[in-house]
Design a protein around this ligand. Structure first.
Ligand SMILES: [Zn+2]
Length: 374
């Protein structure tokens, strides 16, 4: 029994021992004399898109209950412009779909629910670590990034899949799922943004069936002219989209435009009355109720500003407008000195375990002459 546990432990830990150790850059808040506004000059359209849903896959081992075709039909019938079928470690292809399908998969086979969303790539990366560390999470993000496509963190707050401290340190993710039926991660998103980890918000159903109540919980309104994968991912990757949490796909307020003038004042236009909240560096700074238009002058020293819009049945999460000019995207790098030290440590530990577990031959050699003498 003990040896079986030992083998299981070894299988779980051995891959971690082989991993490099990373040097995580310090927090690097957005900085500069100008504002970078992902919505600049855009007056619509915004297309309704879900980026995270599961169909039946892996012989029914995962939780998806319906075929990808049925899932696509359900989303098309409910007025979505495009869908990503994001099965685990598998890019799903459809022969004739009733709406554009964005190539996607969900990555993550580990006990912590550290899951990632990969969009716009043909081949799924299979490898993951059942037990993960911050360095293993960074290594996975780097591998996913090299495979092409956009990489996001799914439901980070779910079982601390990616904690506040993780998203402040990690780099190499461009999206963060703030709304998902199983987890709201606005707090983790502000952790990332405050540390200068620029990740655009996405919100998704994480649907596992076509039941009415599982579709249209959270989605994205993407600023693209046409519903092609190229146009949609281009817009999502540059932040020209916003997240909606609604009710069975319904929303009673939409964004018309968000502009920043030369003096730095921000103006949000809506197509209906709602409460508008202006959030500066993670803290609500100003709120107005029942307005179609809201103007906000950020305080000096603000690193990023984001707006949220609320009605009794709808919540809109807009992407941040960030300070730019003196900020560059942080990148975690491999710390080779630490890596070699850690490898040496693991080797020493393995040698010690092997020495302690060696067969007791020498004891026998000593014991034999004693026996003969007796
Ligand atoms: Zn997941």
């Amino acid at each position: 029994m003990a040896s079986l546990l030992g083998v299981i432990g070894l299988v779980l830990v051995a891959p971690l021992a082989a991993l490099p150790s990373y040097d995580f850059p310090d927090k690097r808040p957005f900085d500069g004399d100008s504002w970078a506004n992902p919505y600049a000059g855009w007056q619509g359209p915004f297309l309704k898109v879900n980026l995270h849903a599961h169909s039946r896959a892996w012989g029914g081992l995962t939780a998806g209950q319906t075929s990808a075709d049925e899932l696509a039909r359900a989303y098309a019938e409910r007025g979505f412009a495009a869908l990503a079928v994001s099965n685990y470690h598998q890019v799903t292809r459809l022969e004739a779909a009733p709406l554009p399908i964005i190539r996607a998969y969900e990555h993550g086979l580990n006990v912590h629910k550290s899951h990632r969303l990969v969009l716009g790539t043909d081949d799924a990366v299979g490898i993951d670590f059942p037990v993960s560390t911050r360095s293993s999470r960074q290594w996975v993000l780097d591998v996913l990034g090299h495979s092409g496509g956009l990489v996001g963190l799914n439901h980070p707050s779910l079982r601390q899949g990616h904690s506040c401290q993780d998203v402040e340190a990690l780099t190499g993710f461009q999206l963060l799922e703030v709304h998902n039926p199983y987890a709201t991660s606005l707090f983790e998103w502000d952790c990332a943004l405050s540390a200068g980890r620029l990740a655009w918000a996405v919100g998704n159903d994480d649907a596992h069936s076509t039941r009415e109540e599982s579709i249209g919980i959270a989605w994205n309104m993407v600023g693209a002219e046409v519903a092609t994968e190229h146009a949609l991912l281009g817009a999502i990757g540059s932040g020209r989209s916003y997240v909606v949490r609604g009710e069975r796909g319904r929303m009673d307020v939409q964004v018309v435009s968000l502009e920043v003038d030369e003096a730095g004042a921000m103006t949000l236009l809506l197509d209906g009355a709602a409460r508008v909240e202006w959030i500066v560096d993670g803290v609500v700074h100003h709120a107005e109720d029942g307005v179609w238009e809201s103007r906000f002058e950020p305080p000096a020293g603000a690193h990023y500003v984001r707006a949220m819009v609320r009605t009794p049945i709808t919540e809109l999460v807009l992407n941040p407008i960030v300070r730019s000019g003196r900020w560059s995207r942080p990148v975690a790098t491999i710390d080779w000195a630490l890596t070699f030290a850690s490898w040496a440590g693991w080797l020493a530990a393995a040698a010690a375990v092997a020495w302690l577990g060696r067969p007791a031959r020498r004891l026998q050699l000593v014991a034999e002459p004693l026996k003969r003498a007796a």
